[in-house]
Ligand binder design. Sequence first.
Ligand code: PGA
Length: 249
Amino acid sequence: MRKKIIAGNWKMFKDLAEANDFFKELIENLHESKTEIMVAPSFTNLWHSFQTTRDYPIEIIAQNMHEENYGAFTGEISAEMLKSVGIQRVILGHSERRLFFGETDEQLKKKVNCAIHNEMHFIFCIGEELKDRNANHHFTVIKNQLKNSLFEISEKDWKYIVVAYEPVWAIGTGETASPEQAQEMHQFIRKTIANVYGNEIAENVSILYGGSVKPENAKQLFQQSDIDGALVGGASLKVSSFIKIIQAI
Ligand code: PGA
């Protein structure tokens, strides 16, 4: 059985006090559920957020990490550093990292290998741009992103991976892929993984949808058979909307 996951990606929002307030309110309002709840605050909030939530079913995860274990890389953070403050999972390949910070499939392959080497779990983001979809290239783009960064890992290492399909045109735009569009792509992703690694691995990997998920559209998305949860940006910044999305699954 694959896991249901709701992960909040805070991006560059919330300082220490705001993060604290959020987790206090989230803990007060959390009901028992089988869904795994993850939140990715900024680097500066990781340790404190981890301490605040450690007795509750909330996993604090990182938004990024460097592909080397250590070295002269000013401003960067390693897997080992993340692990030393309790972090066991990181988001890799978010489209904002690809777009604004020039992360390539090749570099992401190194990050994937580094994560696995460090036994660090990761949410691997893929997604096409609007021009790709308009040119009917979206399936090729997604297949290449999977192939170029993930498909050299060994079968046993799929246990570290959650995939997030985030069409770039739906991120932070208020525009969501329709449940049918999302399901079509999730099914394609699962099939592409199955073709290389077999059905068992493909059936067990959780594939999250991301891109303007909100309480109003979450339920319909989660009703699709290949959508196992969501990576949520804007709507994860408020406890009320984040909880509603958790309840929708
Ligand atoms: P959004 O962001 O929910 O604000 O569209 C999603 C993401 O970037 O992961």
